[in-house]
Design a binder for this molecule. Structure first.
Ligand code: NAD
Length: 407
């Protein structure tokens, strides 16, 4: 899929074959065997990967996934997407991604720590604050980040906070990181509303997914932007109140019962109904493939803001474009996370830390600029916003490769 998208963009930009050959595969792909002494005294050997897709714009940046079904193919595609996302936000960073094939639910805390440290022992020569910078992703936590950072610091003989991001604040993390993905998405929604002549403070919003990102965007959209969230959902179904939900009450209800269903003053609706409500904005913030050719035609919202990764299938994209739904594509809409990670790296290098307000102010500038560049490219090339985003990102990477004499 990642390669297909690149080929489509190459066609749009009329890129030469040698340029495509440089971009269709990663620059470096490392596979390591990671030995771990288990609690029962035996040694288990896990397989780990780290892919540096392209570093022409700066050190590679991307998360580490701990997953039983991890494959190097997935890691490679995700590393490609990180390359485009960082380039789109005009960050001085390339794209990378890593993973270990393991099931964290079957590991004790001690085994998890030894696995994290052993992985760094094997890859430390390939990473570093100005080489390749890691971050949390699927089933990796701030604690795992601190173990890895500590191991890397020991091996290199000095504190190296900037080798990875997503750290707790006391261990070199950034204020504002927790809400950065949702806040970044809201800045793009604000700009899209202006473009469509909609007053954001008078809009209604429905959100699919009520985890880290979904609950955060629900809170921020009401508190900072004055919008009205009328529906949210989780894996068990959705809740709706046409006059607006009390988000703090829904958060409390979910904490107590593990679901949003039956939160006070709400009526229950299905997951699909949430996406098809007559609202101004829908925000998928759950899993991939939520909007397909089967439901895309029923979407009534004017703006679809993809905070989730990959929520819209290519066929659905086509339908939405033809129906005039303004889609803010995932690698623009949810790029607030990686942008705040970049700010964390900068603060680590400066050894000077910003307030959450300073982080948000800088995030706003980055997201707003990127939104308008994508909008301009999509109008200029007469393509949807997703292809517009590709055009901006790929052009930056190609221009830098040409300037540096790589092609
Ligand atoms: P999370 O696990 O905290 O939350 C996921 C939510 O989706 C849960 O509430 C779950 O119940 C719900 N869900 C699952 N299946 C559903 C369904 N069929 N219908 C409705 N809800 C369903 O995850 P998260 O960190 O909030 O991430 C959500 C999305 O945002 C993912 O696609 C992720 O890749 C993307 N994203 C997250 C970040 C970040 O900073 N956390 C950054 C970029 C992109």
């Amino acid at each position: 899929m990642a390669q297909e998208q690149l080929y489509a963009c190459a066609k749009l930009l009329d890129l030469e074959d040698d340029v495509v050959r440089m971009l269709e595969n990663p620059m470096q792909q490392v596979q390591v065997s990671v030995p771990v002494k288990m609690d029962d005294g035996t040694t288990n050997v896990f397989q780990g990967f780290r892919v540096m897709y392209n570093n022409v714009l700066g050190p590679a940046k991307g998360g580490i996934r701990f997953h039983p079904e991890e494959t190097v193919d997935t890691v490679r595609a995700l590393a490609a997407w990180m390359t485009w996302k960082c380039a789109l936000l005009d960050l001085p960073l390339g794209g990378g991604k890593g993973g270990i094939i393991c099931n964290t639910k079957e590991l004790s805390e001690g085994e998890l720590e030894r696995l994290s440290r052993s992985y760094i022992d094997r890859i430390w020569k390939f990473i570093g604050p100005d080489v390749d910078v890691l971050a949390p992703d699927v089933y990796t936590t701030p604690q795992i980040m601190v173990w890895m950072m500590d191991e890397y610091s020991k091996l290199s003989g000095k504190n190296q906070f900037g080798v990875l991001t997503g750290k707790p604040i006391i261990a070199g993390g950034s204020a504002g990181r927790g809400d950065a993905t949702a806040m970044g998405g809201m800045y793009t929604i604000r700009e899209a509303s202006k473009e469509l002549g909609i007053d954001l403070s008078k809009t209604t919003i429905a959100i699919q997914g009520f985890g880290n990102v979904g609950s955060s965007v629900a809170t921020l959209s009401q508190e900072f932007f004055g919008a009205t969230v009328v529906a949210v959902s989780d894996s068990k179904g959705g809740v709706y109140n046409p006059d607006g939900l009390n988000i703090q009450e829904v958060i409390k209800h979910k904490a107590e019962t593990k679901s949003v269903i039956n939160a006070p003053n709400t009526q229950t609706i299905t997951n699909n109904e949430v996406l098809e409500l007559d609202v101004d904005i829908i925000i998928p913030a759950a899993l991939e493939n939520a909007i397909t050719k089967d439901n895309a035609g029923n979407i009534k919202a004017k703006i679809l803001a993809e905070l989730a990764n990959g929520p819209t299938t290519p066929e659905a994209d086509e339908i939405l474009y033809n129906n005039g739904v303004h889609v803010i594509p995932d690698f623009l809409c949810n790029a607030g996370g990686v942008t705040a990670s970049y700010f964390e790296m900068v603060q680590n290098m400066y050894m000077y830390y910003w307030t959450a307000e300073e982080v948000y102010e800088r995030l706003d500038k980055k997201m707003t600029k990127a939104y308008h560049e994508v909008l301009y490219a999509s109008k200029n090339h007469n393509v949807n916003m997703r292809m517009g985003a590709y055009a901006v990102a790929v052009t930056r990477v190609v221009d830098a490769m040409k300037l540096r004499g790589w092609i």
